[in-house]
Design a protein around this ligand. Structure first.
Ligand code: BT5
Length: 323
C-alpha cells in the first residue's frame, strides 16, 4: 500500500488513474482501490475517482517510511521504521519484536496511525485518537547499568520538549518525571519499558504519545489534556515533529553516552519549571511525600525539601498536586 502513496507523491500534480497505478505497481486494480480507501480512512486527502484519476490534495501527514526516509538524517535512530496503520500498542509491538528471534537493532522505531490499546504507566491507558496523535516507540540499546535507565526517560522528555517548542513555537513544560504540559495541561506522555540482564540494560522501549491535532478529548481526560493544535490554534505536522524529535533525541543520547548523566539532568533542569522551587505532592506506591523541589540528583531522582528541612529523593511516582 505504501507504494501507492509513493506513486501519488511522485505524480502529485498529475491525476493517475487506478488502472495506471495498478499497472505501474504490478498489482491488481482492486488492491489499488482498497489501498486508496485505507489511506483515506487514515486521513490522507486523495482527490478523484478510479477512472478520472487519483491525486493527492497535499502531502499526507501520515508517518510513512516513504515520506520520512528522504528527510531523516540521523545515524541510527529511526532505522528501520515499522509503520502500522493500526496496532494494539506501539510499545507492545516493540516488546514483541524484542522477544522475537531476530531482535531489532538499536534505533528501530515503531510508529502507528492508531492504537487500540495504548498504554500508560501502571496499567493505565493512553487514549489514542486515530490519525490525530503521534504514537511512537523508539528501541534503544544503551550499554549502561540499569540504574541509569530512568535517565533515558528524562532524555526522551527533553527531546520531545525541545522539538515541540521548535516546531510549534509553544511554551512547553515538563512535569516530573516526564509529562509534557502546555498551559498546565498534558500534551505528551512517555512510557519506558526496560529489559535488563543482571545489572545491565539490554534494551529500552521508549513509548511516546503526543496529542497533535485532536480538536477535543473525551470527558474523562478533557479537563487535563490538550493538543498542540488546540494550544496553537492551527494544525501541526506530525511528520515535522517526528523528524525533529528523532534528530534531537539522537544528539542528546550520544552526548549522554560520551559525556555522562549530567548532560541529561542539566538539560532536564533547563527545560522544566518543576526542577526547583515548586511545592508539590508525590504519590509513590503507598507513600505520599510533599515538599518543595530542590533539583535532580545524579540518577534523575527528584529532591524534595520537606517543611521540617529534611530532603527526600523520589525516583518514581506521580505528582498528584502542584502549585
Ligand atoms: C503516560 O502514562 O503518560 C504514558 C503514555 C505513553 C503513551 C505512548 S503512545 C506510544 C506508546 N505505546 C503505548 O502503548 N504507550 C506509549 P501515565 O503517566 O500513566 O498517564 C496516563 C494517564 O494520562 C491516564 O490515566 C489519563 O488520565 C491520561 N491520559 C490518557 N490519554 C491521554 C491523552 N491522549 N492525553 C492526555 N492525557 C491522557
Amino acid at each position: 500500500m505504501d507504494r501507492v502513496v509513493s506513486s501519488l507523491i511522485e505524480n502529485m500534480t498529475v491525476p493517475v488513474s487506478g488502472k495506471q497505478l495498478a499497472r505501474e505497481l504490478g498489482v491488481s486494480y482492486s488492491r489499488v482501490s482498497g489501498a486508496v480507501g485505507r489511506l483515506r480512512n487514515a486521513g490522507v486527502e486523495i482527490l478523484g475517482e478510479p477512472f478520472t484519476g487519483f491525486r493527492l490534495e497535499r502531502l499526507p501527514d501520515v508517518v510513512l517510511p516513504e515520506v520520512l526516509r528522504n528527510r531523516l538524517h540521523t545515524g541510527e535512530i529511526g532505522h528501520p521504521i515499522h509503520h502500522l496503520y493500526t496496532v494494539d500498542s506501539t510499545n507492545a509491538f516493540a516488546v514483541r519484536l524484542l522477544a522475537g528471534n531476530k531482535p531489532p537493532p538499536h534505533g528501530t522505531i515503531v510508529v502507528a496511525e492508531q492504537q487500540t490499546a495504548g498504554r500508560g504507566r501502571l496499567g493505565r491507558k493512553w487514549i489514542s485518537a486515530p490519525g490525530l496523535g503521534l504514537y511512537l516507540t523508539v528501541i534503544v540499546r544503551p550499554e549502561i547499568p540499569s540504574s541509569l535507565g530512568p535517565l533515558m526517560t528524562l532524555a526522551a522528555a527533553v527531546a520531545v520538549h525541545d522539538s515541540i517548542e521548535r516546531v510549534t513555537g509553544l511554551d512547553v513544560d515538563i512535569k516530573w518525571p516526564n509529562d509534557l504540559l502546555v498551559g498546565n495541561k498534558k500534551v505528551c506522555g512517555i512510557l519506558c519499558e526496560l529489559q535488563a540482564e543482571l545489572d545491565r540494560v539490554s534494551s529500552i522501549a521508549m513509548g511516546i504519545g503526543i496529542n497533535v491535532n485532536q480538536p477535543e478529548f473525551p470527558d474523562e481526560i478533557a479537563p487535563i489534556a490538550t493538543s498542540l493544535s488546540i494550544a496553537s490554534g492551527r494544525r501541526q505536522s506530525r511528520i515535522e515533529l517526528l523528524l525533529d524529535f528523532l534528530a534531537a533525541f539522537e544528539r542528546l543520547y550520544r552526548r549522554f553516552l560520551s559525556v555522562g548523566p549530567q548532560i541529561v539532568t542539566d538539560a532536564w533542569t533547563r527545560a522544566s519549571s518543576f526542577a526547583s522551587g515548586r511545592r508539590l505532592e508525590v504519590q509513590d506506591g503507598m507513600r505520599r511525600i510533599s515538599g518543595v523541589t530542590a533539583g535532580l540528583e545524579s540518577l534523575g531522582g527528584l529532591r524534595l525539601r520537606r517543611d521540617d528541612g529534611s530532603v527526600e529523593v523520589v525516583y518514581s511516582g506521580d505528582v498528584i498536586s502542584w502549585e
